[in-house]
Design a binder for this molecule. Structure first.
Ligand SMILES: [Zn+2]
Length: 241
């Protein structure tokens, strides 16, 4: 990637202070899920009385399909993108994460592929974040990973392998072939559940919802059970530091 995508400053009033001493170790990727980027930008900056009523939201960055990058909230501050959330030992991940919104109409309006320019700009933003904060590769996550009962973004069209090949996040490569561990998971719902919880999913959600979230991230589909290949990827992921 040679291009440097422009940063556009568009401050959102929707933020507060992070808890004292918090380490920013997580990146959460979202899609906007609205008719237009303009609508999303209004929502992400809305602190009107109506917005206060239904809940104000924001993110640190929003990235257009053509790669323009909007800077909404300073990374040092807590943006409000994750909502009620859980992953591994953490809850309410706004405190320790940076949130990035990708412009995309989403599943309910018109879900489209994420264009190459948008993905390249995302890599640029994430590499900058990783240079400034100790981001753990396994903690570059989807909103659906940290809130599997409520959220499905950025969804199965998002190319996590592309992101990992560019140096951001964790992807099982070469394709794991440990089908013995995979078979154990597939033959025992309790060991499957245990592996999904070990990966990081909230133990209070159903195994079907965990599988959907895992598949959206690692199998490019939203099936409610894992394939043999998916289970092998899960086994591989759980062996990483
Ligand atoms: Zn989201």
């Amino acid at each position: 990637m040679s291009e440097s995508f422009p940063l556009i400053s568009h401050p959102s009033p929707n933020f507060d202070a992070r808890p004292a001493g918090i380490v920013i170790d997580t990146i959460i990727i979202h899609y906007t899920g609205m008719e237009s980027a303009e609508d999303a930008l209004v929502r992400l900056c809305d602190d009107s009385a109506e917005a206060r009523e239904r809940g104000r939201v924001s993110a640190h960055y929003m990235i257009y399909e053509d790669g323009r990058i909007v800077v909404l909230v300073d990374e040092a501050m807590r943006a409000w993108h994750a909502g009620e959330s859980s992953f591994r030992d953490k809850k309410n991940l706004n405190a320790n994460s940076i949130g990035i919104e990708l412009v995309n109409c989403g599943h309910y309006i018109g879900y489209t592929e994420f264009p190459r320019a948008q993905m390249d700009a995302l890599v640029q933003v994430c590499k900058g974040i990783c240079a400034r904060h100790p981001i753990v590769p396994r903690l570059v996550l989807a909103h659906s990973d940290i809130a599997p009962a409520r959220k499905i973004d950025p969804g199965e069209k998002f190319d996590w392998k592309f992101l990992a090949r560019a140096g951001v996040g964790l992807w099982p490569e070469p394709e794991p072939k440990d089908y013995a561990s995979a078979q154990v998971f597939l033959s025992s719902p309790s060991s499957m559940r245990g592996a999904l919880v070990k990966f990081g999913y909230d133990p209070d959600v159903t195994i079907e919802l965990m599988c959907k979230a895992f598949n959206r991230h690692f199998s490019r589909n939203a099936d409610d059970e894992l394939s043999l290949e998916g289970a092998a990827r899960l086994a591989w992921l759980n062996r990483q530091p």
